[in-house]
Design a protein around this ligand. Structure first.
Ligand SMILES: Nc1ncnc2c1ncn2[C@@H]1O[C@H](COP(=O)(O)OP(=O)(O)O)[C@@H](O)[C@H]1O
Ligand SMILES: [Mg+2]
Length: 226
């Protein structure tokens, strides 16, 4: 196996008096696509939230164990830094409705108060939209509202917004669950184009999906929870 980028050791996570993840151990290889499957409610989303430290933002959350990113405990990173390097795209990604398409791609910078020069912005927008296989569809529509896009395009716009930050890893929570066949195909094509530069951790319900991206899929993990 190639060098690990994320290592989960003896992870327990839950809420109040209930553990959802019970002693999960997992190694995510750098530059590959890793798929996680499991029944609904077993804790897949919780696992992703633990990895970029979102889980503990719930007031009733509890967590123990260790997660390493590039060999360092995730608690040694500033949360904002960690979430720029490991970006999560949630299951129902929401574009910012009061920003246009271009502003949405750059939102990770503007919302964090990071100033960019005009030519940097231009480069980031083009690179991210091309990586997300969305460039051709929106290049003449930058000033339109993201709400004019289809579900599949919105999904790719939110992935472009994540990619704009130049992350090392992308966490995708059932990205194709609401997409039709064609949009799913676009998304799978996008994913295989990201590696090896970007490590992808994807949650999927679709066994055939893992087959389709199997050329790049080297690591298979299944978690079961109680
Ligand atoms: N904020 C919360 N408070 C209490 N229980 C929660 C909370 N969020 C999720 N859960 C519960 O944790 C379990 C795992 O949820 P989740 O990680 O979303 O599962 P999956 O993504 O595998 O469907 C579920 O039983 C869910 O109801
Ligand atoms: Mg989930």
């Amino acid at each position: 196996m190639s060098e690990p980028i994320i290592v989960v050791e003896n992870l327990w996570a839950g809420f109040q008096d209930r553990w959802i993840l019970k002693n999960v151990n997992l190694t995510i290889p750098k530059g590959k696509i890793t798929a996680i499957m499991g029944p609904s409610g077993c804790g897949k989303t919780t696992l992703l939230r633990c990895i970029n430290r979102l889980h503990q933002l719930f007031p009733n959350a509890k967590i123990k164990g260790r997660i390493l990113f590039k060999g360092r405990d995730i608690y040694h990173f500033k949360p904002s830094q960690l979430r720029r390097e490991i970006v999560m795209v949630s299951q129902k990604p929401t574009p910012f409705p009061d920003m246009n398409i271009r502003e949405n791609v750059l939102a990770g910078y503007t919302l964090n108060g990071i100033k960019l020069k005009e030519d940097e912005k231009e480069d980031i927008v083009e690179r991210s939209l091309k990586m997300a296989y969305l460039w051709d569809e929106v290049k003449d529509r930058f000033s339109e509202s993201p709400l004019t896009l289809s579900g599949g395009q919105i999904q790719r716009l939110c992935i472009a917004r994540a990619l704009a930050l130049n992350p090392e890893a992308l966490l995708l929570d059932e990205p194709t669950s609401a997409l039709d066949k064609k949009a799913t195909h676009h998304l799978e094509k996008l994913l295989t184009g990201l590696t090896p530069e970007i490590t992808v951790l994807i949650i999927t319900h679709d066994l055939h999906q893992t087959d389709r991206i199997a050329n790049n899929l080297t690591e298979w993990s299944q978690i079961t929870g109680g």
